[in-house]
Design a protein around this ligand. Structure first.
Ligand code: FES
Ligand SMILES: [Fe+2]
Length: 352
């Protein structure tokens, strides 16, 4: 059967993915009296801050005449619909019907509400009962590290493909041949794995090219260096890449792929470094990671959104360095099975 491009039914049709936390926008973007819309897992939500300044998220649909609440405004920490002014609290309950004789008379009317929280300078949302917490990045609490915001942008790619790519040692030599990859050394570094309920950790030592901008950013001379990588994957679509260079410099890249809709993701990326602005300018660090990220984007946006979890289906073939992606597929399949969900593909359940 031919596989349609951009039909990422796997992710948006699996209810269990609604039970994880995803970053939605920079925390600083959520302020004032203008609510913000977002589409998460094909669900239109609206965000604002309640009276205490905590983020609030509910379904972006007024239950009077279905207007988008994101076209309304924030009033005393609640959200007022822009159509007739019905007011809802952060828990989704209808608090006020301005036209009624008794505007605040209690009703049972409610819009669906979701968990929302600030972490690492972003607003995170979980649409269902959370299965766990927001990934814990220990270095974010270490005063020896500074945080640099890198990207928060939408790509036409499946969240799974982004995660798989992040752990794929075989792509550097090709995708990143213009930045740090060495096309003359395509055999990838070996990795060690430690599996956990929540994902895995993997370690590898990767020799890389060290172009001019990086020589400045890393304060490492010479056109080659070595990365000691420790990479963490959190189910389903978050990762941390901790690179230790021979100089002792630690460059941590945290990336989350927030599933928006079929084949569309919000890429959120920030860096933690144990150096200072005087050592390396944040703008230069972002410039190099921008080049690398755009190299990934070009290739990834041209892949099919719908990735089979069954690694023996013959739709995709594998090599030994694909191990992280194969473990991911297995763990995602186990997650679905544990929640009694068949793998949804192309609008239909895959027969098991
Ligand atoms: S549609 Fe929202 S108040 Fe009427
Ligand atoms: Fe890459």
């Amino acid at each position: 059967m031919a596989h349609a491009r951009g039909t990422d039914v796997l992710i948006t049709k699996q209810a269990v993915f609604r039970r994880f936390w995803y970053p939605i926008m920079p925390s600083g973007d959520l302020r004032g009296d203008a609510p913000k819309p977002f589409r998460l897992l094909d669900t239109d939500i609206v965000l604002w801050r309640d009276a205490a300044g905590a983020p609030a998220a509910v379904r972006d649909r007024c239950c009077h005449r279905t207007a988008k609440l994101s076209l309304g405004f924030v009033q005393d920490g609640a959200i007022a619909c822009g159509y007739h002014g019905w007011v809802y609290g952060a828990d989704g309950r209808l608090l006020r019907i301005p036209q009624a004789k008794d505007p605040t008379r209690a009703t049972k009317i409610k819009v669906e509400s979701y968990s929302a929280r600030d972490a690492y300078g972003y607003v995170w949302v979980c649409l269902g009962e959370p299965l766990g917490g927001i990934p814990d990045i220990a270095e974010s609490r270490d005063p020896g590290f500074r945080q640099i915001h890198e990207f928060c942008e939408e790509w036409n790619v499946s969240a799974f493909r982004i995660m798989e790519n992040s752990f794929d040692n075989a792509h550097f030599s090709y995708v990143h041949r213009s930045s740090f990859g060495d096309v003359d050394n395509p055999v990838p570094a070996e990795s060690e794995f430690e599996e956990h309920d929540w994902g895995f950790e993997t370690r590898s030592v990767v020799p890389v090219k060290n172009p001019q901008l990086q020589q400045r950013n890393l304060r490492i001379d010479g056109d080659r260096t070595v990365r000691n990588n420790t990479r963490t994957w959190w189910l389903p679509f978050a990762r941390k890449l901790r690179i230790r260079y021979p100089s002792g410099l630690i460059h941590i890249i945290v990336t989350a792929a927030t599933p928006i809709a079929d084949g569309r993701s919000l890429i959120v990326q920030f860096v933690l470094r144990n150096d200072t602005e005087a050592d390396a300018r944040a703008a230069d660090i972002v410039a190099f990671d921008r080049q690398v990220t755009n190299e990934d984007r070009l290739i990834l946006e041209a892949t099919e959104a719908d990735a089979p979890l069954d690694t023996a289906s013959g739709e995709e073939f594998h090599m030994s360095s694909d191990k992280p992606g194969l473990i991911m597929r297995r763990k995602l399949a186990e997650l679905l099975a544990a929640h009694g969900e068949p793998e949804m593909r192309h609008g239909a359940a895959r027969p098991s």
